[in-house]
Design a protein. Structure first.
Length: 452
């Protein structure tokens, strides 16, 4: 009996290994190979693409999916991403798209570049579009994940719930966008008519967006008594509404609203500034939104309604070179320590000039450093310790959260070494303040909290 037991278990393990191995499908590059692999796949399959290789679809306008699939790079450590292109040119009645999802579908896209260009212009309409079928009927879409992807030159909504026949029919359970770059696209997430339960947009950059940044509707449009919980965290938005000026974030909700959180993000260059930059509409019985630790610059109206809003900063982020999509924050930027965790706000990939405050406390006397004020929060006095690595003129200036000058604490010649200064805020209101040390071409900033 014992021998039989081991034999049976060995066979089970062998069968399990074979089953798991079958879940991975290595897709060869070429024309039509990705569609063929998707058509042949079954629920749970993982399609692996070769970094740097091209996967072209020239025969059809869209790849239909009604199963649970993952499409990913086969080497996440390789900086080169597999490239997917749709090259079939519109015939005037049909337009190229990447994926059309219907009832039963879930889709994860990971580590892939989606290039919507044809003949040098944005031509593909959507990355993901939802379908209620014909005639329209109830459809349940599972989890959508777009992770570590580069999506560019999409001429309309990237993840699209804009067809009116979705209303009352299609619910997408959860949507995750993380560690992605979107460039020259329509609205990255357009959930106007489909219902949804949870939306998370994190650690991503959105650059040259044709219309809204995000649009999510409630029962008034979806005809479904559900609205998503929404998290937008550590995102960078630049040049939004280039051809159709709109809000950067629009939430049209209605009753049964779940809470939204917009945090640790940078919003710059909203084209049509008669529009509200963040417009999360509320009605009775809503759970209000929390909007915190964000930077707004060159944007439209700020209408916060009844939401909780704190730690908003109006200051030019001074991105390194936004014309070539380089949004690196400069050394000394207050945005490098403005996050809820004391670290950079915006897409983390642009915070490479961040220096850990805790490490600064341990720097030797040969380093240029600015310590965190203590105590913090404080009322009304706090002490700031700083170190100069060479003698010279030094300034410490305090700004309010809007980037407006408050007072100068230090302004003159100081010798090399450690110094300290006491800041008395007896005549100021509670809030977040920025203090900035400058000497020569070196600058460091930190934030401090006055809590009366």
């Amino acid at each position: 009996m014992k021998k039989t037991f081991y034999t049976i278990n060995f066979m089970l393990l062998l069968f399990t290994s074979i089953t798991l191995a079958q879940n991975y499908i290595d897709v060869v590059p070429g024309d039509g190979t990705l569609k063929a692999a998707i058509d042949a796949a079954v629920d749970g399959d993982i399609l692996r693409l070769i970094p740097g290789a091209e996967y072209v679809e020239s025969q059809g306008y869209v790849i239909s999916i009604n199963k649970k699939l993952t499409i990913q790079t086969d080497d996440p450590t390789n900086p080169a991403k597999p490239i997917v292109r749709e090259t079939k040119v519109t015939d005037g009645s049909s337009n190229p798209n990447f994926f059309l999802l219907s009832d039963g579908a879930s889709l994860t896209l990971k580590g892939v570049e989606f290039d919507g260009q044809q003949s040098g212009v944005a031509a593909v309409l959507h990355l993901i579009q939802y379908s209620a079928g014909s005639p329209a009927a109830a459809a349940s879409i599972g989890t959508i994940k777009v992770l570590d992807c580069y999506v560019h030159d999409i001429s309309s909504n990237v993840i699209d719930g804009g067809s009116s026949n979705l209303a009352g029919n299609v619910i997408v359970d959860s949507t995750f966008v993380d560690n992605c770059l979107f460039h020259n696209t329509g609205t990255p997430l357009f959930y106007k008519y489909n219902g949804s339960n949870f939306v998370s947009v994190t650690n991503s950059t959105f650059d040259v967006i044709l219309s809204y940044g995000v649009r999510i509707a409630g029962p008034g449009y979806t005809l479904l008594e559900n609205t998503p919980t929404v998290l937008i965290d550590h995102t960078t938005w630049y040049n939004i509404g280039t051809t159709d000026g709109r809000e950067i974030i629009l939430g049209e909700k209605g009753v049964f609203m779940n809470p939204w959180t917009v945090t640790n993000s940078i919003f710059q260059k909203q084209v049509l500034q008669t529009k509200t930059v963040i417009n999360i509409k509320e009605t009775l019985n809503d759970n209000m939104a929390t909007i915190t630790n964000i930077c707004l610059w060159d944007v439209g109206a700020r209408v916060w309604r009844l939401h909780t809003v704190k730690d908003t900063l109006s200051e030019d982020p001074q991105f390194a070179n936004p014309d070539i999509s380089d949004f690196t924050l400069p050394v000394g930027s207050p945005l490098l320590t403005f996050g809820t965790d004391g670290k950079p706000i915006g897409d983390p990939r642009w915070g490479k000039n961040y220096t850990d405050i805790n490490n600064e406390r341990n720097l030797s006397l040969t380093d240029f450093s600015l310590g965190q004020n203590f105590p913090n929060p404080f009322n009304p006095e706090t002490k700031i310790i700083f170190n100069l690595n060479e003698s010279g003129n030094a300034q410490i200036v305090v700004y309010n959260i809007l980037g407006q000058y408050v007072t100068s604490l230090v302004n003159g010649y100081l010798t090399k070494g450690e110094h300290s200064v006491t800041f008395n805020a007896n005549n100021l209101n509670s809030g977040v303040y920025i203090y900035r040390l400058k000497s020569g071409n070196k600058v460091i900033s930190h934030k401090m909290i006055l809590n009366k």
